[in-house]
Design a protein around this ligand. Structure first.
Ligand SMILES: Cc1cc2nc3c(=O)[nH]c(=O)nc-3n(C[C@H](O)[C@H](O)[C@H](O)COP(=O)(O)O)c2cc1C
Length: 322
């Protein structure tokens, strides 16, 4: 599978390094994104803690939040030093916290600010600098608003736009509501690809099935999958197989076995088991035993000293006749 055709969305609190390691076992080639890391946090904080990851996670993009070009350039340089494959700017998140920091979706109204960031970052690093955005904000749900944004940002060399195909409402809706209430408008994104054939256009928002993804890929260059990849992660393996029929599809049980050495290593170095198992609850979603799997992990991952045996016991519990 071409890694740049399918990606997993940046999701705060969800796509941390443990989640990404697990997703990499499910799909050798999907492009993975980190949670958003703010440029200010990198400037003031502990880089190692914010940027470390396992080499197996490649191809891996670092998502940054911020709007101050010099800080964004500094953050991009750190991302390059740590070996990330792409640096992405968050112009899609509508949370109040993010708006008060003057970044996220509200930046769609300041294309020149985003352009200045892209320019500073592209001068600082050799990596692709990409932008994740919405189709509009508040009452600007028109094509021209989106093209004005893309024109300004593409003019300074951004070649890839990931477009979450709904507007963001900046006041009155929670981030969660902003992922469901504004309607999806894939046609708007398809039109962007038609009008800007030279740009890489990635469709994001509401993709759940292989059929939907195939249809989207007949219009745009790539897709980004968020919630479905988290809640039903085996979809990533099914997609890998769909695009690469020679790849031998691992069973869900094999994925669990493949994860055990990582768990052993992490638990030994002090990571509590539940920080890893919280991301693998959905592995058996939709197949018999899913509830037993979730329940066993939830009830046993918090115990002091819990380790890989919890997963093995969960598999055994699932295979017992009820
Ligand atoms: C828990 C959660 C956290 C998110 N955090 C981020 C984030 O840090 N940066 C970002 O650009 N989008 C974030 N998003 C939005 C997703 O990247 C994606 O655009 C959105 O969920 C729509 O895609 P989906 O319908 O496939 O889930 C988040 C979404 C969820 C569910």
């Amino acid at each position: 599978m071409d890694p740049y055709r399918v990606s997993v969305a940046p999701m705060m609190e969800w796509t941390d390094r443990h989640c990404r390691y697990f997703m990499r076992l499910l799909s050798p080639s999907a492009l993975l994104y980190t949670e958003m890391v703010t440029a200010a946090a990198l400037h003031h904080g502990n880089h190692e803690q914010l940027l470390q990851y396992d080499a197996a996670e490649h191809p891996l993009a670092l998502q940054l939040g911020g709007s101050e070009p010099s800080l964004m350039a500094e953050a991009a340089m750190l991302g390059q030093q740590y070996g990330y494959d792409e640096i992405n700017i968050n112009v899609g998140c509508p949370s109040d916290r993010v708006q008060s920091g003057q970044f996220g979706a509200c930046l769609m109204a300041s294309p020149q600010t985003v352009a200045a960031c892209v320019q500073a970052m592209r001068s600082a690093v050799d990596l692709p600098v990409t932008v994740k955005t919405r189709i509009g904000i508040d009452d600007r749900d028109d094509y021209e608003f989106l093209t004005d944004f893309i024109d300004a940002v593409a003019a300074v060399g951004c070649r890839k736009f990931i477009v979450h195909a709904r507007i963001a409402i900046l006041s009155g809706l929670s981030p969660k509501e902003n992922r469901t209430i504004p309607p999806l408008n894939y046609e708007r994104v398809y039109r962007i690809k038609q009008d800007y054939p030279q740009l890489d256009i990635v469709l994001n928002g509401g993709l759940e099935t292989i059929q939907q993804i195939d249809l989207a890929l007949s219009h745009v260059d790539a897709v980004m999958i968020g919630r479905q990849a988290y809640h039903r992660p085996y979809l990533l393996s099914e997609l890998e197989r769909h695009f690469n029929p020679d790849w031998s599809l691992p069973s869900r049980q094999e994925i669990v076995q493949d994860l055990l050495p990582y768990i052993e290593r992490e638990v030994t170095s002090g990571t509590p088991l539940h920080r890893i198992t919280r991301h693998i609850m959905g592995l058996f979603a939709g197949v018999p035993g899913a509830r037993i799997w979730r329940r066993h992990l939830s009830e046993n991952s918090y115990a002091a000293g819990a380790g890989p045996e919890v997963l093995l016991d969960a598999l055994t519990a699932m295979s017992q006749p009820v």
